[in-house]
Design a protein around this ligand. Structure first.
Ligand code: NAD
Length: 350
């Protein structure tokens, strides 16, 4: 196994691993550990080149630093990528080698699930290193993060409603959710329980119909969902959905969903602001999952009640973001970025 460092300005440590025996070709990026060890998921994709993988891992690890700084998890930002086809290239040897690679960083990087990596894969990684989180509840780990992400979104939507409508009460508020998968589906139920009128859409028509039959949601076509008049639009499917084409169609006062990287470009946050639409920055709203995982690393290990209490603070974090946005006359996404940078700078100055 050959591990070599890649020098990248602004990153604490970036390493590449090549292992001929198992076929592993991977990169781990540790962006910043000022606030704690760098935690971030492991993903596997058939990147066309190492440069493409490097671009992805750098972008994602930096994002984790900001997310954890605002969510106050006591963690830094990192990420890992395996270059390969998840349908063809997964093997026990590959994940054992990845475990040795993660272990070589001695806990400065802690891994978790991400795209195309499941608990079964991480359990193999865990045989070589203890720096793995998000394994099953039975094994003492924090388990599936999605219900916690959904709960954090509910907390954040309440705080955002307070800012936009003057009250946290969601009774009678009309919410359109795009994507009712693991997080969006649970969020829809929580919103309904809070008294909201919930409209859903999903490319998997069957999934949307099944949820609608069970919980009484209205279903709309993905094509038409943006144009439904509503109070809150909640993108819970995929990234880049807020862009030049979609913004003029929005008929809402708030955009607040769990999907990562909702804004195609940061300037789309300014566009929303100009139109009087309050945007709940995605990585603040969807931080319930990482907060839940971070509790595993506290002395005494994972406790659900501790996680739930910490997730409640997403509301405070968003209130702080909205206060900065107003005071400094900037978009909420820029305000979240400034909040993260200020927390990092304050910790560095200590
Ligand atoms: P998921 O795959 O379980 O659900 C996504 C759902 O969106 C699926 O039902 C899919 O059919 C639907 N979908 C995809 N494209 C669509 C489109 N164009 N229109 C309508 N529906 C569409 O994923 P998830 O775990 O629920 O995550 C959803 C989003 O939240 C992702 O962007 C993910 O990165 C982000 N996120 C998830 C977590 C978590 O804890 N799972 C944490 C943070 C962020």
């Amino acid at each position: 196994m050959e591990i070599s460092e890649i020098q990248v300005d602004g990153y604490e440590h970036v390493a590449r691993c090549r292992d001929e025996a198992s076929g592993l070709h991977a990169i781990i990026a540790i962006h910043d550990t000022t606030l704690g060890p760098a935690l971030g998921g492991m993903r596997m994709l058939p990147y066309a080149s190492e440069d493409e993988a490097l671009f992805d891992v750098l972008r994602l690890s930096k994002g984790m630093t900001y997310k954890s700084a605002v969510a106050d998890t006591g963690l830094g930002g990192g990420k890992s990528v395996i270059i390969g086809d998840p349908a063809k290239d997964k093997s026990e040897a590959l994940f054992l080698a990845m475990g040795r690679f993660v272990g070589s960083l001695d806990g400065r990087y802690i891994t978790a699930e991400d795209m195309n990596i499941g608990i079964a894969d991480l359990e193999i990684v865990r045989r070589e290193t203890r720096w793995v989180t998000g394994l099953s509840r039975e094994s003492g780990s924090s388990g599936n993060p999605s219900p916690y992400t959904a709960y954090g979104c509910l907390v954040g939507i309440r705080a955002t409603s307070k800012e936009a409508f003057g009250s946290e009460d969601l009774a009678g508020k009309k919410v359109v959710i795009q994507g009712v998968g693991a997080v969006g589906g649970r969020l829809a139920v929580l919103l309904k329980e809070a008294g909201a009128e919930v409209v859903i859409c999903d490319l998997r028509d069957e999934r949307a119909r099944e949820l609608a039959d069970k919980h009484g949601f209205e279903v709309v076509d993905d094509e038409a969902h943006l144009e439904v008049d509503c109070d809150i639009y909640s993108p819970c499917a995929r990234g880049a959905g807020i862009n030049d084409e979609t913004i003029p169609k929005l008929r809402c006062k708030v955009v607040a969903g769990c999907a990562n990287n909702q804004l195609l470009e940061p300037r789309h946050g300014d566009e929303l602001r100009k139109r009087g639409i309050l945007y709940a920055p995605d990585y603040v709203l969807n931080s319930g999952g990482i907060i839940n995982v971070s509790v595993e690393l506290l002395p005494g290990g994972y406790k659900e009640d501790v996680a739930m209490k910490k997730i409640e603070h997403i509301g405070d974090a968003l209130a702080e973001v909205y206060a900065i946005s107003k005071a400094e006359d900037i978009s909420t996404n820029e305000a979240a970025r400034r909040l993260a940078e200020r927390r990092l700078a304050a910790a560095k100055a200590k």
